[in-house]
Design a protein around this ligand. Structure first.
Ligand SMILES: Nc1ncnc2c1ncn2[C@@H]1O[C@H](COP(=O)(O)OP(=O)(O)O)[C@@H](O)[C@H]1O
Ligand SMILES: [Mg+2]
Length: 397
């Protein structure tokens, strides 16, 4: 099983590139599922299937060609089947705040629910044997980062808060329900959360395993898009995922000679050079802008031939160096994290119990330390080239 995750800024061509990759894989004989992790689904539209999936009250994979399936998570279906108790409770709470039934139901679809649902499917399929490759068409960068950091966050939540909260509530509920108009969550709410946790269990390890999962960042050769791509690269690395390709989409083809586009061509050339230099040794793939929108199987297929050579396997593993490593050094250890494009002031660092917490900008990463290292303290941290190097040593600081 291989998982290819396509992410990038809104509108750069993630869905088109993911769909084209799916077509290429299926045509070379791999049983492939392209699954949309973007709540604003456009996968079926990309295949020009009209509202085929939108109208179906199901989240089942839909066959679109031999060995090729696509799937969009239908949130209403998911709520009915998997989020019942959570949504019933949230709806009840929202109704006591004065919202009508329908409004409350709408509001009870909270951010992350769709991504989390999609992730449960990914986890289910990777344990099964229906597919050889899963291609994830992700939401714009910020949201897909939530998607990849969710499992560890939930795991952390489970470990640190969940058990405590549950037993505390058991103790105070008989009293609290008499005093407050808003009901505290019933036990079924927690059971529901627990069963969801069980469904995504282990997915974080899967996403961080370079032999299973690779991230491909789709970008355009524009300055603002490049900045976001760099941030995405850092944040994915911080979450332990390996980015093994950058896809630069919509490059002006040479046949466009109109002087109107001279400025664009110049800017694209400069930004492309910058991209190649910045991300090296990660390979950069180039896709031209086509005459038309990339809609429907045949055009997606054309995009695939611009992206991949004949017979080239997009699911091959090309880069597997983990984004962080632990190196023994005398009495202590050195932790090295791949953090290109990061400035000194952006990095925060502290140790909490058995975790090293690294913060870049607003994103935090809890790195679980091996048991041999839990007694150690961070001594020194420095940014060196593309790496953050943290030295951990004995207790005296
Ligand atoms: N190389 C390309 N040439 C021409 N149009 C493209 C190309 N790549 C994507 N498009 C078009 O750009 C629009 C946005 O692409 P899409 O794949 O939906 O982006 P995203 O998923 O990143 O939001 C779509 O209309 C798509 O057909
Ligand atoms: Mg999209």
């Amino acid at each position: 099983m291989r998982i290819l995750l396509f992410s990038g800024k809104g509108g750069v061509g993630k869905t088109s590139v993911a769909a084209a990759t799916g077509i290429h894989l299926a045509e070379m004989g791999k049983r492939t599922l392209v699954i949309s992790v973007d709540p604003a689904h456009s996968l079926a539209d990309s295949f020009d299937l009209g509202g085929a999936l939108f109208h179906a009250d199901t989240s089942e994979p839909l066959p679109v060609a031999e060995r090729l399936f696509i799937q969009e998570v239908n949130i209403n279906h998911e709520i009915k089947h998997y989020w019942n108790d959570i949504s019933a409770y949230l709806t009840a709470v929202l109704r006591t705040s004065g919202l009508s039934g329908v409004q409350a139901e709408e509001m009870a679809i909270f951010p992350g629910m769709e991504e989390l649902s999609a992730m449960m499917y990914v986890n289910q399929y990777r344990k099964g044997s229906e597919f050889d490759v899963m291609v994830l068409d992700c939401a714009p960068t910020a949201e897909s980062l939530r998607f990849v950091s969710l499992p560890t966050t939930l795991d952390w939540y489970m470990k640190h808060i969940f058990g405590f909260q549950r037993s505390l509530l058991k103790a105070v509920r008989p009293l609290a329900n008499r005093l407050t108009p808003v009901e505290l969550p019933p036990d079924s709410y927690f059971r529901n959360i627990q069963s969801l946790f069980e469904k995504i269990e282990g997915i974080d390890t899967v996403l961080q395993d370079a032999a299973l999962t690779s991230v491909r960042l789709v970008t355009n050769a524009e300055k603002m898009v490049l900045r976001e791509t760099q941030r995405a690269f850092v944040y994915f690395s911080l979450n332990g995922l390996v980015v093994d390709a950058i896809v630069v989409n919509r490059l002006l083809p040479d046949e466009v000679q109109d002087s109107f586009f001279d400025g664009w061509r110049q800017a694209q050339r400069e930004t492309l050079a910058e991209i190649e230099q910045y991300f090296a040794p990660v390979p950069v793939r180039k896709v031209p802008m086509f005459r038309d929108q990339v809609l429907g199987y045949e055009r997606l297929r054309r995009l695939a031939s611009a992206l991949y050579d004949d017979g080239e396997d997009p699911s091959a593993i090309s880069r597997s160096a983990p984004p962080f490593s632990f190196v023994r050094e005398g009495e202590g250890y050195r932790v090295e994290l791949d953090l290109p494009f990061t400035e000194k002031g952006e990095v925060g660092l502290f140790k909490k119990n058995d975790e090293l917490v690294v913060q870049v900008g607003t994103v935090r990463r809890h790195i679980g330390l091996p048991t041999t290292m839990t007694e150690l303290q961070p001594r020194k941290a420095r940014l060196s080239g593309r790496k953050l190097v943290v030295e951990l040593g004995g207790k005296q600081i």
